[in-house]
Structure formats: structure tokens, C-alpha cells
Design a protein around this ligand. Structure first.
Ligand code: ADP
Length: 447
């Protein structure tokens, strides 16, 4: 059993892991950059180590600094959170070479799923339905045009090494192909240092539905239903809910079983998410994330499980604390991402928090590292909090969201809270009839 875990992250997710450790009687070690010396995760952890200057590349992404912090403090395991080094197979390998446990899947599984082409191939072999498209990478414009002609336009050109919605371009017709192909390539090169791209049929009105999976690393695998994350801006999620308003119990059971079987067959360890686009009753795999996701709390709410605790348990070699049959959905949960951003352009808005008050009451969870007087540094992503509400049904969750947003006070910086107040006025949000394009279109006319 672990006595001490190091959390290689910051912000709300570091707090999330520290809380799980404390409930399990495990000591926690925070790491931080010089810009985060006053951060809440540093205050809340049992110990802390400064690992470098403000830029992420010199601190939260510095593998030698993190390994040293582990050795200095005697931490036996590392929880990577999300982002930063959480899906870096090389990091996992180095951690294991130092006899430290990585709380997450094997380096090999991270590597396979981190390359979108091998991920898609693997998914296909495991019986998971995928988006129709190119077999592997597409070398040049001529090959791209051939695929466009074969599958029919529109198509989407995507970076093999992609993530965070970058390096993706849609071509509506052959005339647009050359430009879209070259732009996707150069964006991919700039963002990921790898210009390989592949092509998929562009689905016109899908929902983004992702299945939460969990494996014990020994051939056991379960699914914890879906999350609908269709409300996106620039391919980034802003509002997530579970269960999905458009998914029936039969569909959930069908796609869930396919995913759980795949996880079992892989011998996958820990939490993962298999992402799909869902259109006209069909699921199409787009990628797998081999980490805990930002939106995991909505799944925790409806199943009443602690996913971080489970991650730690299976990393220790213990079995999962539930079986598929024991997992039952209870009510409905919604998460909204509160970013320090100025509307209407969502420009990052770092600054000092003059007043912070978290909402409370039945069915309300606020995961945030904010406090009065906290200075949000400009170096990291703009997520400053996640408000999660849980109700007996979707209507109750929505009215609870409205009530909780009304209680929340974040003064001193601009935030995305007004966006959610406005969305709650929309009939489509109440009826749950939206797809991945709904928010972008709404933003064009409403902000
Ligand atoms: P990333 O890893 O960069 O987040 P994903 O492959 O997960 O990239 O795709 C992110 C989002 O891009 C999806 O949720 C969806 O909105 C859009 N997208 C991706 N592939 C397609 C496709 N084939 N057709 C339509 N939209 C797509």
C-alpha cells in the first residue's frame, strides 16, 4: 500500500487527488512552479516541492524535476492528473524505471492510444466501430483528394499526434482540399512537432458521446456509461452531462459492453475514456484518452463512485471496488467549466480574485483551487473551476445549476459564468436537443 503519493499537476485536479489521498490515509506531495508558490494545492498537500520556474516546460513538464521531487520526499507513486505529463508514455517509462508507480495505464497503452492512427486501428481490431476514413496517414494532396472522392465530401483532416482540438481542418469540397490539407499539416507540425495527418468522413450533426471505462490491469473491465460533451467551442468542451439525453438504456448497454470488453481484452489498467461521435443511432470511435478527464465528476455523481480512489486502488494491485452489475445510474449530473476568460472572444483573463464564494447545498459540488486574494498566473490554462450539479432527473439538475450559478461569486476577473446563465435561457438546452455545432452557431448570434 502507498504511504505517500506525489501529484504532478496543479489547480483543481491536484486538489481532487489530494482529497482522495487524505480520505485513504495517504500522504500527499504537491509540486509547484515558482509562480504557484501560493497556490491552493501547495497549501492543502502534506508536503510540497518547488520544481522550477513558471513556464510549464520548465516545471510541470520537467521529468527530471518531478522524479527528483519523488526521490527527495520518498513518494512511492505519481498521480499525473490530466494534461501535462498524463499521457506521456516516455514519462511513464522513466517513472517505472525509477521503481515509482505511475497511477494510470501502462506506457504501452498510452503510446498506442496517443497516436490516433494506431488508436483507431486498435479500436477496430477490438470490435469498436470507427469513423470511416483513410487507412493510416495520408502522404500528400493527391492521396487526400483520392480519399475525398472515395468517401464523399465533406471530410476532416486530423493530426495523428493531435489533441486539444488543434490540427483539424474541414474540406467541404475538392476545391478546398489542397488548402485544408496543407494548413492541417503545418498546424500539426507547429503544435506537435509531427506533421502526419489522416482523413475522416466529416459527420454533419453528431453528438460527442464518450464512454467512461475502467480496467483492473488483469483482464477485468467495466464501463460507467456515457457523458454527452457536445457543447463545444473550437472542439473544446464547455458543458458536460451524464447520462446523455439522447442515449437510451439499450444503446448504453450495447456500446458500453463493447467498450468494457475491449478494455478487458487489452488488459488496460485504470481510468480511460473512449470517445465517439454519435449520429443517427450509430457510434463512431474518434479517440481514447488514457487518463482521468476534466469531466469525470458527472460520472462520479450518477454512479456514486470515487474514480480517483479506484485509480489508486488498482495502481496498488487491488481489485476494483465494484462489478458491472453493481453499477447503477442514479439521477442526472451536469458540469460547467468556469474559465478565467473574457466574453465574447474567450480571451484569457488572468488576475487577482478579490472575492470568491463557492455555491453549496444539496447536489452541488464545486471543484476549484480559488480563494480570496488568489492571483491567477498567466502561464497555464484558464480553467479555474468546475461546477457540478446532481439532481433526480435532468430538469432538477438544470434548475439546480441555475440556483448554484446564482450563488457563485468570482470577482476580480472575467469568467465564463455569464455564458451559462445565457445558455440556461435556451429551450434547446432544456430539451437536450443539441449537437457538436450548436454552441458555435449560438455564439455567432448571441454573444
Ligand atoms: P482532440 O484530441 O484534438 O480533442 P478529437 O478527435 O477528440 O480531437 O475531436 C475533437 C472534436 O472534433 C470532436 O468532439 C468533434 O467535435 C470534432 N470532430 C472530430 N472528428 C470529427 C469528424 N470525423 N466529424 C465531425 N466532427 C469531428
Amino acid at each position: 500500500m502507498f504511504d505517500k503519493i506525489l501529484i504532478a499537476n496543479r489547480g483543481e485536479i491536484a486538489l481532487r487527488v489530494i482529497r482522495a489521498c487524505r480520505e485513504m490515509g495517504i500522504q500527499s506531495v504537491a509540486v509547484h512552479s515558482t509562480a504557484d508558490a501560493d497556490a491552493m494545492h501547495v497549501r492543502m498537500a502534506d508536503e510540497s516541492v518547488c520544481i522550477g520556474p513558471p513556464p510549464g516546460t520548465d516545471s510541470y513538464l520537467s521529468i527530471p524535476a518531478i522524479i527528483s521531487a519523488c526521490e527527495v520526499t520518498g513518494a512511492q507513486a505519481i498521480h499525473p492528473g490530466y494534461g501535462f505529463l498524463s499521457e506521456n508514455a516516455n514519462f511513464v517509462q522513466i517513472v517505472e524505471d525509477h521503481d515509482i508507480t505511475f497511477i494510470g495505464p501502462s506506457a504501452e497503452h498510452i503510446r498506442i492510444m496517443g497516436d490516433k492512427i494506431t488508436a483507431k486501428d486498435t479500436a477496430k481490431k477490438l470490435g469498436i466501430p470507427v469513423v470511416p476514413g483513410s487507412e493510416g496517414g495520408v502522404p500528400d494532396v493527391a492521396a487526400a483528394k483520392k480519399i475525398g472522392a472515395d468517401f464523399g465530401y465533406p471530410v476532416i483532416i486530423k493530426a495523428t499526434a493531435g489533441g486539444g482540438g488543434r490540427g483539424m481542418k474541414v474540406a467541404q469540397s475538392e476545391a478546398e482540399m489542397e488548402r485544408a490539407f496543407q494548413t492541417a499539416r503545418s498546424e500539426a507540425k507547429a503544435a506537435f512537432g509531427n506533421d502526419e495527418v489522416y482523413i475522416e468522413k466529416y459527420l454533419q450533426k453528431p453528438r460527442h458521446i464518450e464512454i467512461q471505462v475502467f480496467g483492473d490491469g488483469k483482464g477485468g473491465g467495466v464501463h460507467l456509461g456515457e457523458r454527452d460533451c457536445s457543447l463545444q467551442r473550437r472542439h473544446q468542451k464547455v458543458f458536460e452531462e451524464a447520462p446523455g439525453p439522447a442515449i437510451s438504456a439499450e444503446e448504453r448497454a450495447r456500446i458500453g459492453a463493447i467498450c468494457a470488453d475491449a478494455i478487458a481484452e487489452m488488459g488496460y489498467r485504470g481510468a480511460g475514456t473512449i470517445e465517439f461521435l454519435y449520429e443517427d443511432g450509430e457510434f463512431y470511435f474518434i479517440e481514447m484518452n488514457t487518463r482521468l478527464q476534466v469531466e469525470h465528476p458527472v460520472t462520479e455523481a450518477i454512479f456514486g463512485v470515487d474514480l480517483v480512489r479506484e485509480q489508486i486502488r488498482v495502481a496498488e494491485g487491488l481489485p476494483m471496488s465494484f462489478t458491472q452489475d453493481e453499477l447503477e445510474i442514479n439521477g442526472h449530473a451536469i458540469e460547467v467549466r468556469i474559465n478565467a476568460e473574457k466574453l465574447p472572444n474567450f480571451a484569457p483573463c488572468p488576475g487577482t480574485i478579490t472575492q470568491y464564494h463557492a455555491p453549496g447545498g444539496l447536489g452541488v459540488r464545486m471543484d476549484s483551487a480559488l480563494y480570496d486574494g488568489y492571483r491567477i498566473p498567466p502561464y497555464y490554462d484558464s480553467l479555474i473551476g468546475k461546477l457540478i450539479v446532481h439532481g433526480r432527473d435532468r430538469a432538477e439538475a438544470l434548475s439546480r445549476l441555475n440556483r448554484a450559478l446564482g450563488e457563485l461569486i468570482v470577482d476580480g476577473v472575467d469568467t465564463t459564468v455569464p455564458l451559462f446563465h445565457a445558455l440556461l435561457q435556451e429551450p434547446d438546452i432544456h430539451s437536450g436537443t443539441y449537437n457538436i455545432h450548436w454552441l458555435e452557431r449560438w455564439l455567432e448570434t448571441n454573444l
